[in-house]
Every structure is written in C-alpha cells, then in structure tokens.
Design a protein around this ligand. Structure first.
Ligand code: PMP
Length: 338
C-alpha cells in the first residue's frame, strides 16, 4: 500500500490527488484523457491547495499571526478551502461572497466554521464588489489578514510546488497536453510553469467560459467581458497577478451548452458527476485531443464534483431558464464540430 497517509489535521490531507482516466472520451478520441481528482481534497476542491499555501506563506513571512482572522473575497471554493485550513491551524475566517452563489457552497463554509458576509453580485469597478469589500475590511482592522488569492502568488506556488510535480510523476513525464480553466489563474500558472520547465514542448490550453474577458483580451488586447456563463469561480474578468504567470499556447472559448452535453455524457458513460468548471475542462480536453493524431497523454482537472452544481448544471429547469437544452447534443455531433 503506497502513499496512504495518517494525518493529524485535515490540512495535511490537502494535495496528493489521484489521476483518473476518462474511458469513454479516451476511446472516442484515441488519446488518454486523465482527470486530476481535486475533489479528493478535504474541502472538496482544487482551491484547498491555494488556501493552504496562502496561509502557510503568510505565517512564514510573519504577516499572519496566532489570534488573527483570515479574510477573503471569494465565489465559494476558496472559502471552503480556507475554512478547512483555518480550522486546522486555529484561525478565524471571514468570507465575503456575492449573494448569487449556490447554497451548496455557502453552507459548507459555515459548517466548516467560517463566517459569511454576502454582497450584491456587482461589477468589479463597484466598491461593493466582494474583492474590494474584503480588502477594505482588512485595511480597517489590524487583526485581519487578507488572503487576496487573485494577486497573491502563493496561490500559483501551490501548483508550482505540488500539483505540477504530482502530474509529472503520475504521468512518468509522458504528459503532452495540459488543459485548464482559469478563475484566478493559479492552477493554470503554477502547473504550466512547472510542467513546461520539465518539458518545453508541452502544449497548454486555457479553456474559457461564455462571457469571460480573458479570451477576448488574448485575441484583441481589449476587455469585453460580459460574464454570461452559468459556471461559478471561473472566467477572469481582468488581468490578475496569478494569471500573468500562465504559459498558454492556445485559448479556447466554449459555450455552456457544450459543458452540459459533456457532463451528461461522462456521467452516463463513466459514472463521473463533474462540476461545471470540470465539465468545461473535459470538453476542452476532448477538443484539444481532436486537433492531434491519437496517442497523446492529456491531463485536466476535476476541480470539484457535481454535488456543488446540482441546482444549476444538473437542474433541467435552471438550464431551460437560461435557454440551454438539458438534452445533451449527441457525442458524435459534438466530436464532428470539434
Ligand atoms: N474550478 C472551480 C470550481 C473553482 O472554484 C475555481 C476557482 N475559483 C477554479 C476552477 C479556478 O481555479 P484557479 O483560481 O486556480 O484559476
């Protein structure tokens, strides 16, 4: 039995996640598409890694001291990750989030002992945006430490130091293509930087949802973000420090309808119930695979599981309310389009 852990706190269980083949899609495209199972983290998502690194680095720098309160603005998963880390390491936590996030996530922050403050889902330029609110709270209270996952590069360091090396080892260096969505860009930056240092010819694909500003920015140098996707936690609306470090070869914009279709297919064929951003990742991985001859090794992330998307991605009524078709497009038609 290799790699089983005995931990003294949940924080010690963060990272070292497994790699899982998606058999149906791998057969369809002739390349191996693997999922890095980030839902195995104790807080249930990839953001546990960033949460731990942000806190550990701040403690090491002496910025975050015992008795202080961690404050962060987040759409959810970072809040859960920080709640797990704060509880494990003995800090209080205050999470500022927009009030349109799924209750599956907000309730988990509270159940893990975090305090919640909700703000309206306003554009970034509005002073009431969750980001500015968290910053202001930390400025006004010397006992608060602001994690600032967008600009604090401990976020990408988590992936540079841990996730990337794990993927390298788990694929025996055979990874050809890395596919990732971006929220803060921490996942994309840390992994792409580490893996390209090992293998410069590695191809890195960024997958972006409907309405994100980054795809438009990379194309035209202008921000035209509309924020129209049902996905939560991804689609960068502005250029942030973590994202700046990403090494991207291709950026791909995929519509929500594609992630609905892919999520349904993978659920039916493989029994994997993907979260929304993970479904977008998988659709992107299939797209990337189909631009190549078969035989590639492709890795993407199951950032969280579908239990956090039950009221949206797995709710036909919600999908119809957004003019999305709950009936998936046949996979052969999707393949043909890709
Ligand atoms: N998927 C989900 C479900 C998330 O919550 C996030 C982060 N908000 C991401 C993907 C993106 O991760 P990163 O911040 O590292 O870009």
């Amino acid at each position: 039995m290799v790699g089983l852990r005995r931990a003294r706190s949940q924080a010690e269980l963060i990272g070292n996640t497994d790699l899982l083949l998606i058999p149906s899609l791998s057969k369809l495209c002739g390349s191996n598409i693997y999922l890095k199972c980030e839902f195995q983290n104790p807080g249930g998502s990839i953001k546990d890694r960033a949460a731990l690194q942000l806190v550990q680095d701040a403690m090491e720098r002496g910025e975050l001291k015992p008795g202080m309160t961690i404050v962060e603005g987040t759409a959810g998963n970072t809040g859960i990750g920080l709640a797990v880390v704060a509880q494990s390491l003995g800090f209080d936590l205050l999470v500022v989030m927009p009030n349109d996030q799924t209750p599956e996530k907000t309730r988990m922050i509270e159940l893990h002992g975090g305090r919640l403050m909700t703000v309206p889902p306003v554009p970034f330029r509005d002073e009431n945006h969750f980001y500015h609110t968290a910053r202001r709270l930390a400025e006004e209270n010397p006992n608060y430490w602001w994690a600032n996952q967008f600009e604090n590069i401990s976020n990408m360091r988590a992936h540079y130091l841990q996730t990337g090396p794990e993927i390298w080892q788990q694929t025996d260096g055979a990874i050809d293509i890395l596919v990732s969505v971006a929220g803060t860009g921490g996942t994309l930056a840390g992994n792409s930087k580490f893996l390209k240092e090992q293998k410069p010819e590695l191809e890195v694909w960024m997958i972006d949802p409907d309405g994100s500003g980054v795809y438009e920015f990379l194309l035209s140098g202008e921000y035209r973000a509309t924020g129209g996707s049902m996905t939560e936690g991804i689609g960068i609306m502005r250029l942030v420090e973590n994202f700046r470090h990403a090494k991207i070869d291709y950026a791909l914009n995929l519509p929500d309808q594609d992630l609905v279709s892919i999520a349904a297919y993978v659920r039916e064929q493989d029994g994997i119930v993907l979260g929304s951003s993970s479904a977008l990742n998988v659709a992107g991985a299939l797209f990337a695979a189909l631009q190549h001859e078969p035989g590639k090794t492709i890795v993407t992330f199951a950032c969280d599981l579908g239990e956090r998307s039950i009221s949206k991605l797995y709710n036909p009524e919600y999908l119809r309310s957004r003019d999305l078709n709950p009936e998936p497009e046949p996979i052969d038609a999707l393949k043909e389009r890709y």
